[in-house]
Design a protein around this ligand. Structure first.
Ligand code: SAH
Length: 634
């Protein structure tokens, strides 16, 4: 490790000498602006013992970029602070500052956001996992997104273990990061790029600024005539990869026959891109079965074929991504090797942090989380973060299944659909034991869901504890063990909103909720049916757009018919009606109809029905309720 220590004063010199206890090989140099440029080139680590201002002015003209500049740490003369000034991550200045602070018993000053927020830094994570960053200019933006959202969404087709903070998504449009050797994920993914889907084309919906990280997992099997120039080989490689939508940045190494190991053009090409060359003997190559044989190759090299068997042997794979291509003097085949650049994770995971907090006697927390209508893409980053921070997930089967990827390593407490009270009671108990619990509801947790119930249970506990305290105070009871602490004091509860079914369904239908609307649940499990009828009547009469939740279930098939009948007393038969089943899920179904015909369509418990008001109209198969702009004089 090359270290240079620069000082100005005698005191600085003394401190520099002390640091040789840590870096015995370090060069100690008296500072002058003329000495810095040479050291800048020679040393990987520069330690300045002087004011940061001097350092900033001196190094400013020398800066080139974060992957080339050395680590710069600045110390005050007393060595009280070790400031990581430049190249904190890739250059290692943060580590250097920490190491120095540790040695001197002083404080390291680290300002890189990911460290302050204990989030993984993309550049370090990529480096530690042998991933090449394709577009460095996107890195700051993606890093900020990670810190602000508490997560990054990753689309990958290689088996790579992701940190807790990263979330795997199956649709590339919603990814912040791609980890793939495909040059363009959209040209191979199942996502419709344009056209037929009226909902959302890839171009319109994809996340802005998506960063490619390239796994080095492509093996180029190459054969070539003697004296083929490096440029020709490179062009053949690039043309082949381009034609098969593969990224050049993912090339791991070259595989060829032993006699080509010293071929000048091949060697120059490999050196230019720091690629290794793996060679095989003709015998080894000839042992690979099922390869097209070439007489010319046999004559020239003693092997029946070179490019394909070399790619097979070097990759360990038994399929080729690209079979032999002959381009001028070059033959080339491409195989993919298993990607396994994973290195040890040093970072403390959120889970470990939680259990540490628990040991310190921290009180519990309940997150009441809305997970939106279905797919993970529609869960807010804040909700994902809360789920990640939780020790235990409490929820009901369907919703838990929909977010399987998010909770795969969590303890889950699940009961049947109608056991909401049991689930919420359990959540409160666990939180009172000091656990962090996420109570999961689909859609929004405060709309026909769990938020109210959790609060009601805590309120009841509080009231019980006040009552038993009063009993104790009046000396009517001496049984102190029955007294529970006031639940609300030791619990922190946070409701995290989600996209409710009415938002999701309205979005699918157009803009039906643009004006006053009423949402009415047709479930009479907890509400008397005559009250539901009264509300339907009132909303219909007052010309509210009406969103019907829980429209139908086995025991209540006739309710939707009765609801339609009540609304039809006040609305025209042609009033637009939207029926959305499983919005934002794989089995989504959207029907646009009217009040007269709505019962002809499939309506079940995964469906929300939206009935327009007297002004709602249809346009291009969309339901639109006017807000009234057209009446406003400009
Ligand atoms: N908390 C949820 C509502 C729970 S009540 C929310 O905010 O959305 C359950 C009802 O919600 C279902 O009977 C159905 O009417 C509606 N619903 C939930 N998810 C839906 C979806 N993906 N598509 C259509 N309706 C849905």
């Amino acid at each position: 490790m090359s270290v240079a220590i620069l000082y100005i004063t005698d005191r600085g010199h003394t401190l520099a000498k002390r640091l040789t206890g840590l870096y015995p090989e370090a060069r100690i140099v008296k500072f002058s602006s003329g000495t810095v440029p040479a050291l800048w080139k020679e040393s990987k680590n520069l330690i300045f013992i002087m004011a940061t201002g001097i350092v900033v002015r001196t190094i400013a003209p020398l800066l080139q970029g974060k992957h080339v500049d050395p680590a710069v740490v600045v110390l005050d003369e007393k060595g009280m602070f070790a400031v990581s000034l430049l190249s904190g991550h890739l250059g290692g200045a943060n580590e250097l500052a920490k190491e120095i602070a540790n040695f001197l018993g002083s404080e390291a000053v680290i300002t890189t956001a990911s460290d302050v927020n204990t989030m993984p830094s993309i550049d370090l994570w990529a480096r530690d996992n042998d991933l090449t960053i394709e577009n460095w200019s996107l890195v700051p933006q993606i890093g900020t997104r990670c810190i602000n959202n508490g997560t990054l969404r990753v689309y990958t087709d290689v088996g790579i273990e992701l940190p807790d903070e990263f979330l795997k998504v199956s649709d590339p449009r919603f990814a912040d990061l791609f980890i793939t050797n495909k040059r363009d994920v959209y040209s191979t993914s199942a996502v419709r790029v344009s056209g037929e889907s009226t909902q959302c084309s890839a171009g319109a919906c994809r996340v802005k600024g998506q960063l490619y990280l390239r796994p080095k997992n492509l093996i180029l099997g190459i054969g070539c005539n003697s004296n083929t120039p490096a440029d020709e080989i490179e062009q053949a490689a690039r043309r082949t990869l381009d034609a098969y939508n593969l990224s050049f940045a993912s090339v791991h190494s070259i595989a060829t026959i032993d006699i080509k190991g010293n071929e000048p053009g091949l060697k120059a090409f490999a050196e230019k891109h720091t690629l290794g060359i793996v060679t095989f003997t003709p015998d080894e190559l000839n042992r690979v079965e099922g390869i097209a044989k070439s007489e010319a190759a046999l004559k020239a090299t003693g092997a029946h074929a070179v490019a394909e068997p070399a790619a097979f042997l070097s990759s360990g794979s038994n399929v080729l991504l690209v079979s032999k291509q002959k381009i001028g003097n070059v033959t080339i085949a491409v195989a993919e090797k298993r990607f396994g650049g994973q290195k040890e994770e040093k970072k403390v995971s959120v889970k470990e942090k939680n259990s540490a907090a628990e040991k310190m006697g921290a009180s519990g927390k309940i997150y009441i989380v809305g997970t939106g209508p279905g797919s993970i893409e529609h869960i807010t980053p804040h909700a994902q973060d809360a789920i990640r921070k939780s020790d235990i997930i409490v929820g009901y089967g369907t919703y838990i299944d929909l977010i399987g990827e998010l909770i795969k390593d969590k303890e889950v407490f699940s009961t049947g659909m109608t056991k909401e009270t049991d689930r919420c009671r359990k959540a409160v108990e666990l939180a009172l034991e000091g656990k962090t619990v996420a109570v999961i509801s689909g859609g929004d947790p405060g709309i026909y869901a769990m938020a109210g119930l959790v609060f009601e249970l805590i309120k009841t506990r509080d009231e019980l504890s006040v009552m038993s305290n009063e009993l104790k105070d009046s000396a009517l009871s001496s049984d102190a063990s029955r007294i529970t602490p006031r639940a609300s004091r030791s619990l922190s509860v946070e409701v995290i909103p989600g996209i409710s079914a009415l938002n999701a369904c309205a979005a699918r239908l157009g803009a039906p909720l643009m004006h006053d609307f009423a949402s009415i649940s047709l479930s009479d499990r907890l509400t008397p049916w005559d009250l539901i009828e009264k509300r339907l009547e009132a909303a219909a009469m007052a010309d509210f757009v009406i969103a019907l939740y829980n429209p139908k279930s086995k025991g209540r098939a006739e309710h939707i018919g009765r609801a339609r009948e009540i609304i039809a007393k006040h609305r025209a038969p042609g009033t637009p009606v939207g029926i959305v089943k499983g919005a934002m899920r794989e089995d989504e179904k959207i029907v646009i109809t009217d009040l007269k015909a709505m019962l002809d369509h499939d309506i079940d418990m995964q469906t929300t029905v939206i009935i327009g008001n007297s002004k709602t109209f249809l346009w291009n198969n969309l339901i639109i309720t006017p807000r009234g702009y057209e009446n406003k004089k400009q």
